[in-house]
Design a protein around this ligand. Structure first.
Ligand SMILES: Cc1cc2nc3c(=O)[nH]c(=O)nc-3n(C[C@H](O)[C@H](O)[C@H](O)COP(=O)(O)OP(=O)(O)OC[C@H]3O[C@@H](n4cnc5c(N)ncnc54)[C@H](O)[C@@H]3O)c2cc1C
Length: 460
């Protein structure tokens, strides 16, 4: 066993690696470690192909209120500031035009109203009429060689960083963390944590399949598995998890940038969009769908047993599911998303949705993107009979934090890490380099309860 860590992070996705970076660069915590069960970082939801690669700024996400949008934008700016300062910026962050498209009178009216409210806070946001859309995204504006006849309008911007390869970003975080002077930063791959136990001396013993580690504080950034770890330690038992997988389709390149669609307010998940895949040149990627699956990791059926251990189906979980299923729009949406997975059927069904964006899209152009797309671990709050959207953290006040990070958890990785680091620093009696942190990553003040995107949950 190595000497005890001051901070040990479990999970080497974008959340864990962001915390590793912040702790080594902006605190005087000496001995910092990260354990990842796979042989490399970001193999699960942060893998380049498993998420939509969007740096969410909240302006074109019509499911975000202005308040939420401003919080997300603040967090996104931290990622942008880090990534644009790196020598390998071209592999990390990308500029594409982006827009949210309204189709039909109701959606167009909604976007015009949104523009009035949001544009003072998003100076780059433009109201795009059909001719503007035609200039930026001809395939959206034209049908059969002429401008489309249905009413459309969009909100968007043309010169912003809109896409991130979160997998490459997590490698960058690790590289930078290891460069920190006067620190012992250890990253151990192929280390699956199987047990965490608090010892009488207040330290945590973290057992993996072949060894064990001691640490003063521990932050779990293990997606849905974080909740499993919390349950094992006796925390957050009033939470269950609903894993919502997302699938994608490819077409030849028809879009120049990101084109989102207006969210149906009754649905808990974002409507589909089309955009370039930063790792697959010459194609446009479409999705994600939203399919409830009994696994904590997509395409890893071994995680089904972990899912059932945290799902803990009971009347309270049923009540939340019942509340969802009794809404006709949600029921139909869930059924449709199930059909999106059925070969032979899925392409024609998905085509209908995608033609809202590109009216002339052809059946033959659509290909199901095999082994692409991750799982959003949405928490179920059993006590308050609610499905929780967005990222959550269960903080125990005793040196243990459990992060569960559905979308937009990749965009908010640095902000989430900042919150955790502030907690850990306090517990350890260490120092946070406020000046350096603000200089490098913040446009304005530090993260507090008011401007944080992630939700702090009661541990018991
Ligand atoms: C379809 C889809 C689209 C999305 N699109 C976007 C988007 O466009 N923009 C955005 O901001 N967010 C998006 N998200 C959300 C984003 O992908 C996640 O919030 C983010 O990747 C979560 O990162 P993480 O590090 O917390 O979790 P993960 O990337 O899942 O990493 C968790 C890590 O923990 C490790 N681990 C688990 N158990 C153990 C154990 N017992 N021991 C050791 N290690 C363990 C895993 O191997 C993994 O490496 C999307 C998600 C999905 C599913």
């Amino acid at each position: 066993m190595s000497k005890p860590f001051d901070l040990l992070i479990v999970g080497g996705g974008i959340s864990g690696t962001a915390l590793l970076y912040l702790a080594s660069k902006y605190s005087d915590i000496k001995h910092i470690g990260m354990l990842e069960k796979y042989a490399a970082s970001a193999r699960v939801n942060s893998l380049h192909s498993n998420n939509s690669q969007t740096l969410h700024c909240g302006d074109i996400e019509t499911n975000y209120t202005l308040e939420k949008a401003q919080k997300v934008k603040r967090a996104a700016r931290m990622v942008e500031r880090f990534a644009t300062a790196q020598p390998d910026i071209d592999h990390l962050i990308f500029k594409y035009p982006k827009m949210v498209l309204g189709v039909g009178a109701t959606e167009c009216q909604r976007l015009r109203e949104r523009f009035e409210v949001f544009s003072p806070h998003f100076p780059n946001m433009r109201l795009l009429e059909l001719k503007d859309i035609a200039r930026i995204e001809p395939a959206v504006a034209y049908s059969k060689g002429t401008l489309r006849q249905d009413e459309v309008v969009a909100l968007g911007s043309e010169d912003e960083y809109t896409a991130v390869n979160f997998e490459a970003l997590s490698r960058s975080f690790i590289r930078q963390a290891k460069k920190a002077e006067g620190k012992e930063v250890e990253v151990h791959f192929n280390q699956q944590v199987v047990k965490i136990k608090k010892q009488d001396d207040g330290m945590y013993r973290v057992t993996t399949e072949d060894t064990s580690y001691l640490t003063r504080t521990l932050v779990a950034c293990a997606g849905g598995h974080s909740l499993r770890m919390a349950h094992q330690m006796g925390f957050g038992r009033h939470f269950s998890v609903l894993p919502v997988a997302g699938s994608y389709y490819f077409t030849p390149q028809v879009l120049n940038g990101k084109v989102y669609t207006v969210q149906n307010d009754k649905l808990p998940f974002a409507a589909i969009h089309g955009d370039p895949d930063v790792m697959v040149p010459g194609k446009t990627r479409w999705g994600p769908t939203a399919l409830v699956l009994p696994v904590l990791e997509r395409y890893n059926w071994q995680t089904m047993k972990d899912f059932f251990r945290v799902f803990k189906f009971d009347i309270k979980v049923w009540n939340v599911l019942y509340d969802l299923l009794k809404v006709t729009d949600i029921r139909n949406y869930m059924a449709k998303n199930f059909l999106f997975e059925i070969p032979f059927l899925r392409k024609s069904l998905f085509l209908k949705d995608a033609r809202k964006i590109v009216p002339d899209m052809a059946y033959k152009d659509l290909t199901f993107a095999s082994k692409v797309g991750g799982v959003r671990p949405q928490l179920i709050d059993k006590n308050n009979r609610k499905l929780l959207m967005g990222e959550s953290k269960i903080s125990t006040g005793e040196g243990l934090i459990f992060n569960v990070t559905p979308s937009p958890g990749a965009t908010t990785c640095l902000e989430n890490a900042e919150i955790d680091l502030r907690t850990v620093v306090k517990l350890l009696g260490a120092n946070f380099d406020e000046e350096g942190f603000a200089r490098d990553l913040l446009d304005d003040g530090p993260t507090n309860d008011e401007n944080a995107t992630s939700r702090m949950l009661n541990a018991s």
